[in-house]
Design a protein around this ligand. Sequence first.
Ligand code: DX5
Ligand code: ZN
Length: 232
Amino acid sequence: MTDRDIWSTDGVQIAPSILAANFAELGRDIAAAERGGADLIHIDVMDGLFVPNITIGQPVVRAIKRIATRPLDVHLMIEDPDRYVDDFVSAGANMLSVHLEATPHLHRTIAHIKSLGAKAGAVINPSTPVSALVEIASVLDFVLVMSVNPGFAGQAFIRHGLDKVRRVREVLTQAGSSARIEIDGGIDATNAVEAVAAGASILVAGHAIFGGSDPEAATRALRSAVGSAART
Ligand code: DX5
Ligand code: ZN
């Protein structure tokens, strides 16, 4: 999978978060989401330190890489992510994002991720000001705006995230950047259109896709909720 494949569409991309899937049936659930039209597979890596939960490591990413037909979007919610950037890219991450709050030398980290051939993203928590992105905006491939406090699937959407997406778009425009904006947390068919209108072009969804019994239909429903909206 080349970078060009990841960004080949101008449309909105749906990124099911497997955090809400059945881990004992991960291959089955990923295949269902792909049949439903998933563009990316979002993988949440948590270390029990940066966030109060422990989830997935490189061996699982490597196993998913063997069965997924879509690019892997790996979201690192770990302390000192520099320690593991190489490992996750070699395990198969096509997109790799690190939290601004966990990364003191973000410019160097982003450059390193790009040098490994993956798309590099910076993530901001709900309490992190958008202004923290100003100095780094021009080198980012994407920004991930958290619309929940990271750690768990199935939390309530924080509507303030929409306003932050709008302001991230302004920061990126001012920096002359065409970076994409991804939004993650509490996204479902009721708020997806607003997220796209605000400027997001990658929608992560966990509970909305894997919380019911039919991830294929749920992926299709989310896709049809946003229609063929083009990214801003
Ligand atoms: C939360 C994760 C999200 C989460 C999304 O820390 O980053 O990717 O799995 O799940 P929902 O869509 O259920 O909020
Ligand atoms: Zn995530």
